[in-house]
Design a protein around this ligand. Sequence first.
Ligand code: AN7
Length: 431
Amino acid sequence: MGVITKLPQQVCDDCAATTNDRDAAPRCRACGGLLSLVHPPPEVRGAALRASFADACCARPSRTASGVWRFGAIVHPGAVDDAVSHPEGNTPLIGREAIGAWAGVDGLLLKHEGHNPTGSFKDRGMTVAVTQARRIGARAVACASTGNTSASLAAYAAQAGMTGLVFIPEGQVALGKLTQTLAYGARTLMIQGDFDACLRLVQEAGESLGVYLVNSINPFRLEGQKTIVLELLQQLDWDPPEWLVLPAGNLGNTAAFGKALEEAKAWGLITRVPRLVSVQAAGAAPFAAAFERGFDHLDTLTPETLATAIRIGAPASYDRAVRAIRGTDGLVLSCTDSEILEAKAVIDRAGVGCEPASAASVAGVRKLRAQGTIKEGDRVVAVLTGHILKDPGILQRMHVEDGPLSSNANRPILVAPTLAAIEAVLTSLDR
Ligand code: AN7
């Protein structure tokens, strides 16, 4: 096909030291900076490059079905033929009038990453990272996680026949994610600390124990997560929306989106870049606070939010995410837990559904539209990052218990086992 003939290198974000695409070091050996995969410019650009993705889709059975490996030439060209692929990706772009109406944006589109094999966007990065781990002969893969990364790691490690090791914060991982992780067979360490403590520990363990780290600072993870953007652009016939909105915690996805857009523009896949918006939970919003101060510095904090996926106070990909927001003339904002849960109730009741953190994107759209930042007629894509079943505990809180959201409550109705009792209920529900 001839799109790529030279392999990418890993390049340090801070000191520009380079290493090849098989180096297992989690950070730059020279200065400790984060590593990015830097691709040589593809030999074909624009329409020809766009067309090559369509070709790739049909070229080989292993790639046909994956919304990640279809873009393999600009993701991880050295590993395309040996991918550990479920497959993943190919998630829908969903429009629902009720959700658009609530957010105030006609034609609002939702890129629903909950449709991935383990129910979150993490599978897109994990297929690439675990493929890389196997390619370099790692003995095990490890991560710290608020839950979705661990579920994804567990599934892909199982498929690859590798040992998976996850570090999760005790009491702060939603039930669906914990059950998946255990069922897929990853060894699960419940740390008596928050996510930030888990991330510190797993990095120390990775270095001293020779375990390959697949947290979102892993450059191959970010390459896979780029395909959320590539795929949605492809679904829109490469005509970008004005706004692209996503929930943000550790900022890996914000960084990946920024890289995808920068490359897509440089290689002629698109001629205009959407404005990227990262939405944080108000109790875990160090990135939003830094944005307000013109990104002068990052103040880490002790996070608190019901949206446990983004309960993160010391985001690891901060510098990259700053670049992504600046490079796209983007914005960062935060929404309170009740705004997030209100958005979730609207998304759920439209029959779409998502986990709490995911609803932050739609809550953010509503806020930006209400303040006039998003203009009438602007096209907006919001990313839903995880599936509704990830966090059944929150559903119980929202729909069963009395609580701040009791006006939305949809409690189970206790009935006698008779047709008459059921008929009485039906009559009471007639609209
Ligand atoms: C549903 O699984 O950090 O800003 O360890 O699960 O790239 O961190 C999850 C993050 C948004 C935030 N939505 O993405 C983990 C983890 C959902 C998530 C995010 C996460 P980043």
